[in-house]
Write a protein that binds this ligand. Structure first.
Ligand SMILES: [Zn+2]
Ligand SMILES: [Zn+2]
Ligand SMILES: [Zn+2]
Length: 143
């Protein structure tokens, strides 16, 4: 719970209403410390006691995810499965992820090593604006 104040201030800063649903939704990301698909988020929210009394469906979840992405509170990425994965747009540095193709677990990788590739693109006369790189494989449990 120690980060809930910063999560709350994130909602404040973007002039979003601090609904209980949004608070719990951001808490899910803060606990996971990794990107999650809408299906994974839905499962986690379903098991949340604080939301037990509240009626919410997949449409509520999708609508809120869309809003948080549009406010740059969440980033999206994908791992070739066709499903979007959502990740907290952390104030700290740019990062990448490793993804398990079997159980769809993801972990952040706290470094970016594409510098040499960007240099090569620059040598080809390109100005690189952004890049995407995700590693795919098998997690310890699935090997
Ligand atoms: Zn991430
Ligand atoms: Zn796995
Ligand atoms: Zn990078």
């Amino acid at each position: 719970m120690k980060n809930s104040s910063s999560l709350t201030s994130r909602l404040c800063a973007s002039a979003l209403k601090r609904t209980p649903f949004r608070r719990e939704l951001l808490q899910v990301f803060d606990n996971a410390k990794a990107p999650l698909s809408a299906a994974q988020i839905y499962q986690l929210l379903r098991g949340n006691k604080k939301l037990k009394a509240m009626r919410f469906d997949r449409a509520t979840l999708f609508r809120n995810l869309k809003t948080l992405v549009s406010k740059n509170i969440l980033n999206t990425t994908e791992f070739g499965t066709g499903a979007a994965f959502y990740c907290l747009n952390s104030d700290h540095h740019h990062h990448h992820h490793v993804f398990c193709i079997r159980c769809e677990t993801t972990k952040p990788l706290d470094l970016c090593a594409v510098g040499p590739m960007i240099s090569q693109a620059n040598q080809l006369g390109f100005k690189v604006l952004k890049h995407r790189l995700e590693l795919l494989g098998l997690c310890p449990t699935c090997q």
